[in-house]
Design a protein. Structure first.
Ligand code: IPM
Ligand code: MN
Length: 362
């Protein structure tokens, strides 16, 4: 499939549970901003997820990856189904797409929007505004390992973290470039978060690569934190951080900490990015499929709408992306009572409508 210029080709995968509800609001906002900003997009919907798996026994049908490669971006709702064992859909859909589409950057902005409550006492939107760049294809996620003497008293299990020079260098380089472009007026700082005092092989490779790449970015402060200390600083002094670059597993953990600092799973969004020319990237709200809220029109669509903002920014429409982000903050700052499902003061569809209305004034 040939990607057309002047039009974004988007594959929507609404997925399970409340995924379709939040995806519908995200697309509603996309449609509104496209007409205001005069760009075109095409959306094709795919029914991948738990229901399809239970019906057909397959998660991604033959040829799905090749087909998806023809899109600029995937907009994902949620994966996770109460009747499917944990791990099956996560590995078979989410991780499969990340690996097969070589989405080697996992971009997680930790931004406290106007009007959103954080559990950190005395901290506000000016303090909580940093970005985590998580490597997305290696480390403990690579699936290398096995059992010996399974289910016996002598059982052995291994799970190997794999790091390659190519894998960490492309991520670190992207993070330096991102930090440079972000151009924080308070100073450009990229913090490598790892555990070089214990992981003296794998994280030594990361550390050396980080130092090497840093020489190409003299205007970016090349900083280092151990991951355990980083967790303390994220809580005590989140304003310290500008951009963090980290390994896949540590990135998974610290971005949930980041998500709660920014108001929780109803707000936090992530991008799985293949930055190479012609790459297909995937954008998703962090919250799960929330089966107990399905179909009630109470789930928070802000994270899914934030995923659209990121999609636009990353696919070459930064002005439109910024406009969506601004509109979101009008709604969180002046309308919504809470970011928790059922306590927003509005329904899911009403929050989507409010963001659409706010776009006009942004
Ligand atoms: C995330 C999620 C996934 C991960 C799970 C669902 C496989 O926690 O996107 O952070 O571990 O990467
Ligand atoms: Mn996670």
């Amino acid at each position: 499939m040939v990607k057309q210029k002047n039009s974004i080709k988007i594959a929507a995968v609404p997925g399970d549970g409340t995924g379709p509800e939040v995806t519908a609001e995200a697309i509603k906002v996309l449609q509104a901003v496209a007409s205001l900003e005069n760009f075109r997009y095409e959306i094709e919907e795919f029914d991948y997820g738990g229901d399809r798996y239970l019906r057909t026994g397959e998660i991604l049908p033959e040829g799905a990856i090749e087909k998806l490669k023809g899109f600029d971006a995937i907009l994902l709702g949620a994966v996770g189904h109460p009747d499917v064992a944990p791990g099956i859909l996560e590995k078979g859909l989410l991780l499969e797409l990340r690996f097969q589409l070589d989405q080697y950057i996992n971009l997680r902005p930790v931004k406290l929007y106007a009007g959103v409550e954080t559990p950190l006492a005395g901290k506000g939107p000016e303090d909580i505004d940093f970005v985590v760049v998580r490597e997305n294809t290696e480390d403990l996620y690579c699936g290398v390992g096995g059992f010996l003497k399974k289910n016996t008293p002598d059982e052995v299990a291994t799970q190997t973290a794999v790091y390659t020079r190519k894998g960490c260098e492309r991520c670190i380089r992207w993070a330096f470039e991102f930090t440079k472009q972000r151009n924080n007026p308070e100073g450009k700082r990229l913090t490598l978060v790892a555990k070089t005092n214990v992981l003296t092989f794998g994280h030594d490779l990361w550390y050396r690569t980080f130092q090497d790449v840093a020489t190409d970015y003299p205007d970016v402060e090349a900083d280092y934190n151990h991951v355990d200390a980083c967790c303390m600083w994220m809580v005590k002094n989140p304003e310290y951080y500008d951009v963090i670059v980290t390994t896949n597993m540590f990135g998974d953990i610290i971005t949930d900490l980041g998500a709660i600092l920014q108001g929780g799973m109803g707000v936090a969004a992530g991008g799985n990015i293949n930055p190479e020319p012609g790459g297909c990237s995937m954008f998703e709200p962090m919250g799960g499929s929330a089966p107990k809220y399905t179909g009630q029109n109470v789930i928070n669509p802000i994270a899914a709408i934030s995923a659209v903002a990121m999609l636009l920014e990353q696919t070459g429409y930064p002005k439109a992306g910024k406009r969506v982000l601004d509109a979101i903050q009008v709604v969180t700052g002046t309308k919504m009572k809470s970011q928790s499902a059922g306590r927003m003061g509005y329904s899911t569809t009403e929050v989507g409508d409010l963001v659409v209305d706010a776009l006009a004034q942004c």
